[in-house]
Design a binder for this molecule. Structure first.
Ligand code: SF4
Ligand code: SF4
Ligand code: SF4
Length: 317
């Protein structure tokens, strides 16, 4: 097994459980999608990589520009960070000529918080600085409650929460689905300003229905893609590309409120290949188990040492 961060934690947790046998926790069910949950459908085949969503996200969330090139002329982040909550990335292969093709082609991918149905970050946070709204399902962050432990960063399977290492009083930063705009009857800025309908906001059940409708279309057929909001009457009329027959986020990790369609396999676009179970329920049950009777710290340390020992041995071999 490759001893990456995620596997390390899983091994440590597993070791702890083994050693902690004799104690048990009441297993909790994975959380279910609220009927009022809101989210985003991103369709990489409709995305033109203009990055208007990235700029709109900065503007409407008051985030600073970020420079990765020496000329410092543009906001050009290379990844999500304490200054960037949303980023458009590029997949390219071979000649890179054909859009939405895995071979000799390219595709865009829009990365930000997935607003998991059963979020591991919420489960891992010891002080409830991260919360999931029971109605909208938005996963939001409270800087006043945060103690800076960064457990949320370790727990997130999508590597989303970022820490402001360069600040005297750092916060965790991540997309909050623009929930500050809802009271003005507005929604996610990245969707409102997307010119092609590649990113649309709406009720998650509507987004799922829209995604399934697109998967049933034939490549080359023309379709009216709603722009900005899944129920919008403004549409962009264009030919349908060949989709991967899968809605990313429908089931992964217990489901997410950010759904994706693409023409290139999602693993090639940098998305993790997760199974359908929620890690949050699993890890919460472990936490409750290892802290029962205060045997937790010792047992957890034993698990971590065991994992480190195994990793070192593997490297030596
Ligand atoms: S993607 Fe990560 S940060 Fe966002 S809700 Fe899921 S676990 Fe939390
Ligand atoms: S929903 Fe708002 S915060 Fe999240 S990526 Fe879109 S614009 Fe940025
Ligand atoms: S604004 Fe829309 S089309 Fe432009 S990069 Fe973002 S998602 Fe793609």
């Amino acid at each position: 097994m490759d001893m990456n961060r995620r596997n390390f934690l899983k091994v440590a947790a597993g070791s702890s459980l083994l050693l902690a046998s004799g104690t048990s926790a009441d297993a909790r069910e994975a959380r279910k999608l609220s009927p009022d949950a809101v989210g985003i459908l991103y369709d990489a085949t409709v995305c033109i990589g203009c990055k208007v969503c990235q700029s709109a996200c900065k503007e409407h969330n008051k985030m600073p520009v970020e420079h990765s090139s020496k000329d410092m002329l543009w906001d050009d982040p290379v990844d999500l960070s304490g200054k960037t909550l949303n980023i458009i990335k590029l997949y390219a292969n071979g000649t890179g000529i054909t859009k939405d093709s895995e071979v000799d082609g390219y595709s865009f991918i829009k990365r930000h918080c997935m607003h998991c149905v059963d979020p591991a970050c919420v489960s891992a946070c010891p002080v409830t600085a991260l919360k999931k709204d029971p109605k909208s399902g938005v996963v939001s962050y409270n800087k006043d409650a945060c103690i800076g432990c960064r457990y949320c960063q370790l727990a997130c399977p999508y590597n989303i929460p970022k820490f402001e290492f360069d600040k005297a009083f750092p916060q965790i930063r991540k997309c909050q689905l623009c929930d500050h705009r809802y009271k003005e009857d507005k929604f996610s800025a990245c969707c409102e300003f997307c010119p092609t309908g590649a990113s649309v906001f709406g009720n998650v059940n509507d987004l799922l229905a829209e995604a399934k409708k697109r998967l049933a279309l034939q490549p080359g057929e023309y379709y009216k893609y709603p722009v900005a909001h899944v129920r919008s009457r403004e549409t962009s009329y264009r030919p349908v590309a060949k989709y991967q027959g899968r809605i990313y986020g429908e089931k992964e990790g217990g489901g997410t409120q950010y759904l994706m369609l693409a023409g290139v396999p999602f693993t090639k676009l940098g998305m993790p290949d997760l199974d359908e179970t929620s890690d949050a329920a699993f890890s919460e049950n472990i936490q409750h188990t290892i802290y029962k009777g205060m045997i937790g710290p010792g047992v957890l340390l034993a698990g971590l040492l065991f994992a480190a020992y195994k990793s070192t041995n593997k490297k030596d071999e």
